[in-house]
Design a protein around this ligand. Structure first.
Ligand code: C2O
Length: 338
């Protein structure tokens, strides 16, 4: 059976790696009608939101919107802290089905969960600056121009800056997708760019010839599958997280419960989401999963008006229907067959 929305009434303690408890509650405010959450319907839209590259200009709006989100009362489900807590609740064991914890990583829920998550995040930001076309910038690390932390995130004393980041991603340092967490990072720029492009080629093409390889393994109610990550999730998604954090503490980007506390998380995931669109466009067997258990899996989110909704995986397959797409950018990895 598909994964249903979690029981909102029984949201509990979240655990960091190992068995250490997160010392605050990750649970969203419980909606009054918690056992009768309506299905989400796409609101009418006038113009597509077009997500731009994060290396480009676009800074002022994004900074301002993020600042306003950070200034909301922490109890507001749209506040920055509550938005980060969504990732904690869905990935650190706050929700359970019987003895199994809900986990949206390492299985086929990875892409659709993060797509819906960003969808509402973007709408909330747009609402806070009164711009219904606001679109989240994407960190295009699949292009040599994007293999550095976009400068807008590296400016101290702005809402997009996170002081807990690692020097591995600061001051224009090239990011290395082979990074596992502890080793020194390579400084040979040319070699690193080539390796990175080859990694993307593998994750998008060689190793992702059919849907379950790309999306990750089946995850059905009662199966507790949390070891079958898809190709992009494994690399570059996870190394980019690990590169972004302080080596010892693994704070913010290095841990599920805290990743959403770094504003770059959302731009990183926008590119992960863009990879889904590009992969489907490559043709052949590269298409969405057709199994009902995937299509009918559900998540819970608050929208930009603080209204609670349930959403289906099957309703997030076409980003244009959802009201957004991506500004095109070159994909040089397509020529980087190993
Ligand atoms: Cu939910 Cu990048 O992880």
């Amino acid at each position: 059976a598909p994964i249903p929305i979690p029981n909102l009434k029984s949201c509990g303690k979240a655990l960091k790696e190992g068995s250490i408890e997160v010392d605050y509650s990750c649970c969203p405010p419980t909606p009054a009608e918690w056992n009768n959450i309506p299905y989400y319907k796409f609101p009418p839209m006038s113009k597509l939101r077009r997500r731009p590259r994060a290396q480009q200009e676009y800074i002022a709006k994004y900074q301002l919107a993020t600042r306003r989100m950070m200034d909301l009362n922490e109890k507001d489900p749209r506040s920055f802290k509550q938005q980060a807590n969504i990732h904690c609740a869905y990935c650190n064991g706050a929700y359970k089905f019987g003895d199994d914890v809900l986990q949206v990583h390492f299985n086929w829920l990875f892409f659709p969960f993060h797509r819906w998550y960003l969808y509402f995040y973007e709408r909330i930001l747009g609402k806070l600056i009164d711009d219904p076309t606001f679109a989240l910038p994407y960190w295009n690390w699949d292009h040599p121009d994007g293999m550095r932390l976009p400068p807008m995130f590296d400016r101290r004393n702005t809402s997009l800056y996170d002081p807990r980041r690692n020097s591995h991603v600061r001051n224009g340092t090239i990011i290395d997708f082979r990074f596992g967490g502890d080793e020194e990072v390579s400084t040979d720029v040319e070699q690193t760019v080539t390796n990175n492009l080859t990694s993307v080629y593998r994750a998008m093409i060689t190793n992702a010839a059919c849907p379950l390889q790309f999306f990750g393994g089946r995850y059905l109610l009662g199966t507790n599958n949390t070891k079958d990550a898809g190709t992009i999730e494994k690399m570059p998604h996870t190394p980019v997280h690990m590169l972004s954090v302080a080596r010892l503490w693994r704070m913010d980007m290095g841990n599920f419960y805290s990743a959403g506390l770094d504003p770059v998380f959302y731009s990183h995931h926008a590119n992960v989401d863009r990879m889904w669109n590009i992969w489907k466009g490559l043709g052949g067997k590269k298409r969405d999963i057709k199994e009902e258990d995937w299509l009918n899996s559900e998540f819970f989110f608050y929208d930009e008006d603080e209204k609670p909704y349930r959403v289906r995986v099957g309703d997030c397959l076409d980003t244009r229907k959802m009201g957004y797409d991506y500004a095109p950018a070159d994909i040089p990895w397509i020529n980087c067959r190993p």
